[in-house]
Design a protein around this ligand. Sequence first.
Ligand SMILES: NC(=O)c1ccc[n+]([C@@H]2O[C@H](COP(=O)([O-])OP(=O)(O)OC[C@H]3O[C@@H](n4cnc5c(N)ncnc54)[C@H](OP(=O)(O)O)[C@@H]3O)[C@@H](O)[C@H]2O)c1
Length: 323
Amino acid sequence: MRHRDVLVVGGAGFVGRHVVAALAARGLRVTVPARRRERARALLTLPTVEVVQADVGQPGVLERLAAGRDAVVNLAGVLHSRRGRADERGPNDYGPDFARVHVELAQAAVNACHAAGVKRLLHMSALGADAQAPSEYLRSKAIGERAALAAEDIAVTVFQPSVIFGPEDAFLNLFAQLARFVPVLAVPSPDALFQPVYVRDVAEAFVAALDDRETRGKRYGLCGPRRYTLRELIEAVCAMTGRRRLVLGLGPRLSGLQARVLELSPVKLLTRDNLRSMQVPSVCEAPFPFGIQPAALEAVAPAWLGPAGPRARYTGLRSHAGR
Ligand SMILES: NC(=O)c1ccc[n+]([C@@H]2O[C@H](COP(=O)([O-])OP(=O)(O)OC[C@H]3O[C@@H](n4cnc5c(N)ncnc54)[C@H](OP(=O)(O)O)[C@@H]3O)[C@@H](O)[C@H]2O)c1
């Protein structure tokens, strides 16, 4: 490959670990900054990968890390933000964490590429990103991808996936866990549309784009082969776990109330901003790019969501041990 030395910002996260592994599998040298090195332990054994304990939000850090690389991949993102004071909110009205990660860090990645002479940037956005979108998440993602695409003298490619599934995802695994313990699942915005995409296909799309000149200045939606409403998705997950569960769709008022209550928990499961994101169908009009045939949820997810999957066995062992 032409780009042989890559910095992957956000490489220690769920998607990042797969992107880094896919790049390393092609023999590329990959550097992964992580605020907590132990979060990237799955990457430490990969021979061409170096994990660096670093906070890329600190001045000068990204420039230093980008120096000498052939390409930068920016996967940093957050699903929730503190609300923040009025003076902390961006011009498009989003919270300070969205501003810091989706907007400022996206611009900082561009600036670091300029400073270090890096000519290739792959940027992760989200399907539905739009400056007029109903949620802060999607508005801030739109400003970030606009900053990336506006970069002069840098070949930028932007990716917009629907919800991403994989063995360690935080979305379907959450519902699978709930299905193991509760008989009734109350689903907010049950008619929200998704076209879930397998994390390995997302990683392969990044690898395929890296050296492909045709992808410069373009945005690619990344979706799996099938559309689901949120209710259908959760019913599919329940079926995979082998449990018959009642899936109850909540109306708009109860969905809002549920989000308002869950927002108060220290681990944010759902926020009102997430609900607003779900007003925008997270589906693709075009087929998956690069000639990749995306995997169907039902074809791969039973390996980890199924009754004999690792998570179910772990839960069984815990309960056997009385924990
Ligand atoms: N998962 C999905 O279904 C999905 C769907 C559409 C788009 N996306 C986008 O895909 C990207 C990766 O998502 P993911 O699911 O892999 O999320 P994740 O597991 O939470 O990983 C997010 C990464 O972003 C980094 N990050 C967050 N806040 C940061 C900050 N203040 N400074 C520096 N780095 C920061 C984290 O760095 P540390 O390792 O240092 O903590 C982490 O590596 C995100 O941009 C997300 O918006 C995801």
